[in-house]
Design a protein around this ligand. Structure first.
Ligand code: SF4
Ligand code: SF4
Length: 444
């Protein structure tokens, strides 16, 4: 009944591939000042436990998670707390952040790995260690990793899906990291498999990443990794999106209101698995990440390992941004990233990329729908985008709900292909916002 499906929807974004396709990772210089927003994940903000004037070490706990739906924060540099005050956030809002002036010495706090080998540890011990190390989904989802590691007892997991796809070119941060740390990433997958008691591990990899595929094949000769199944796929966008990947890899369709756990699946990106490995085996908290810096206004595209909280301006300078031509800066991929107005916006745990464009998109002049069905054909959720947009324009949200508007993953493929330049994804997002507001009002 279930099986591997060839993903025939979505769009190919190969023209976004950066010039010179960087594959190495460069360590960015230590930032002079970092800004650690208390919200870098899906859930509740962390609670600061440091104040103005406190001296901190790299990796030291600076904010606690009040409830499971939150994550802890750690100092990315050693130095002095200069403020706990609102600061710019990639979402465009101002959110309370811990500001740290680096002392330039980068002195490290003691890391505490698990007291025993992870194979002998109980599920609760591993979950607790991941919680202590402040790991959120690093491919952009921001879901606290410790929540996904502790599925409800009535929802047993049988498949761990490893998302080795970067999703949106020119983002290459996950592939670059995986190439460098293939073995540790796979060991991270084994840790997760044990923790959620999954039966299988399936790794989805872009079939053009031949070097990584070869390394994994070589590692699979080692009996530790022999059980790992590898699926090279054509990385059409948005195959890296969680629900789309589950359907493509297992044939299991997540329906409205269901979660991957309802279908016995859990999905982790390779970056998150590496962070889990570092937390469990080395006791290392999440205080840095790899960010792709690319785009037409970038002179030297790069995958930079940067400390969380580093202002985007520093990344742009390292990658030789052309200040004369840059018109727009996006944090995240070109399809789902958010444009930022200020360059002192910091990198957060979910920042996969910084893209500098030398053009701005003009306001779209919409024409009438010509019933070409292109939007139907690309929608990974098998929705009818033109019908949904029509419902929203006519303020008929109930009908949009009947047509499954809540299942939209906001990938933007429908807008991308529409020859009439109708911003379908925008109307659908508005409809979903309205639907959520109505639901919330009903709960109050
Ligand atoms: S309707 Fe939603 S899921 Fe479907 S293509 Fe448009 S944005 Fe993507
Ligand atoms: S792609 Fe645009 S023109 Fe074609 S059916 Fe969809 S909304 Fe209509």
């Amino acid at each position: 009944m279930f099986g591997w499906r060839k993903f025939r929807r979505g769009v190919i974004l190969s023209h976004y591939e950066p010039r010179g396709a960087p594959s190495a990772i460069t360590d960015a210089p230590l930032p002079a000042r970092v800004f650690i927003p208390l919200l870098q994940h899906r859930g509740l903000p962390a609670i600061p436990i440091v104040k103005y004037g406190d001296v901190v070490l790299r990796g030291q706990l600076i904010a606690e998670a009040p409830l499971p739906q939150s994550i802890t924060m750690h100092a990315p540099v050693s130095g002095t707390v200069s403020a706990v005050a609102p600061w710019r956030h990639p979402s465009g809002k101002k959110i309370t952040a811990i500001h740290i002036e680096s002392d330039g010495r980068d002195m490290q706090a003691d890391f505490l790995p698990l007291a025993k080998p992870w194979r002998e540890a109980a599920q609760g011990e591993i979950v607790q260690k991941v919680l202590q190390c402040g790991i959120a989904g690093m491919s952009g989802s921001g879901v606290p990793a410790h929540i996904k590691l502790a599925p409800p007892a009535d929802k047993p997991i049988d498949i761990l899906l490893v998302n080795g796809l970067d999703g949106q070119p020119p983002v290459q941060s996950a592939a670059a990291l995986q190439k460098l740390e293939t073995e540790n990433t796979l060991e991270g997958a084994l840790i997760v498999k044990k923790t959620v008691a999954a039966k299988r591990i399936i790794v989805a990899i872009d079939k053009t990443r031949t070097e990584i595929l070869k390394t994994i094949e070589a590692l699979r000769k080692d009996k530790r990794f022999a059980e790992i199944e590898v699926r090279p796929v054509s990385a059409a966008y948005p195959l890296g999106e969680e629900i789309t990947l589950i359907y493509a890899m297992t044939g299991r369709a997540v329906l409205t209101g269901q979660t991957p756990q309802d279908l016995g699946c859990v999905v982790f990106s390779t970056s998150t698995l590496l962070a889990i490995f570092n937390a469990v085996v080395k006791g290392q908290p999440l205080y840095d990440r790899v960010v792709t810096v690319a785009g037409p206004a970038i002179g030297r595209p790069a995958n930079l390992r940067v400390r969380i909280g580093t202002p985007v301006a520093e990344l742009l300078e390292i990658a030789a941004v052309n200040n004369g031509t840059v018109k727009k800066i996006i944090m995240g991929g070109p399809m789902t990233g958010l444009a930022i107005a200020e360059r002192d916006t910091p990198v957060i745990k979910t920042t996969t990329a910084v893209i500098a464009l030398d053009y701005t998109t003009p306001p779209l002049l919409e024409f009438d729908c010509i019933r070409c069905s292109a939007c139907f054909q690309v929608c990974p959720r098998r929705l009818a985008p033109t019908v949904l947009a029509h419902c929203v324009k006519n303020n008929d949200i109930d009908k949009a709900a009947e047509w499954g508007i809540a299942r939209c993953c906001a990938c933007g493929c429908c807008t991308y292909v529409c020859p009439s330049k109708i911003n379908l994804a925008h109307y659908i997002a508005l409809g979903n916002y309205h639907l959520q507001s109505v639901k919330q009002a009903g709960r109050q």
